[in-house]
Design a protein around this ligand. Structure first.
Ligand SMILES: [Fe+2]
Ligand SMILES: [Fe+2]
Length: 148
């Protein structure tokens, strides 16, 4: 890690990829839901709280931070599954996928919201597994140090 001035073993690349992926989730759903100004304010407030909480959690307890992220990603998988059920039940309109999602994901030009949600849910499952793996690796390095 650069914070500890030692080789990062490719972790930073994984974090940057995940951050870019999440940014695209946000942009995709901003283009789909077109939030009002107060709703945008609420999103920004939520991001400010979340960013600072994660920052301090990662600073003092990185293993726990990855574990929490892993559980939140699992919750995201569940939420997108419920979202899909709403689309399939016709309670949410299966609108055309926004252009930004088509470009980012190389989806077919006739892709719908349902296709985007399935792709995003797969991303969240990957984030869950990556974060749980990082937490496992940190736990293993802590127990290795305890044995020495
Ligand atoms: Fe996401
Ligand atoms: Fe995620």
């Amino acid at each position: 890690m650069s914070r500890l001035i030692r080789e990062d073993q490719g972790w930073i690349r994984a974090f940057l990829d995940e951050a870019e992926n999440e940014r695209m989730h946000l942009m995709t759903f901003i283009h789909t839901a077109k939030p009002t100004l107060p709703e945008r304010g609420l999103i920004m407030f939520g991001q400010a709280v979340f960013f600072n909480t994660c920052f301090f959690l990662y600073l003092f307890a990185p293993k726990t931070a990855h574990r929490v992220a892993g559980y939140l990603e699992e919750e995201a998988v569940v939420s997108y599954t419920l979202y899909l059920a709403e689309i399939d039940a016709g309670r949410v309109e299966d609108v055309a996928a926004p252009k930004i999602a088509l470009e980012y994901r190389y989806l077919a030009p006739n892709a719908r919201l349902r296709d985007v949600v399935i792709a995003v849910r797969a991303d969240e499952a990957k984030h869950r597994d990556v974060n749980q793996k990082f937490a496992d690796l940190l736990a293993a390095s802590v127990s290795k140090r305890a044995i020495k």
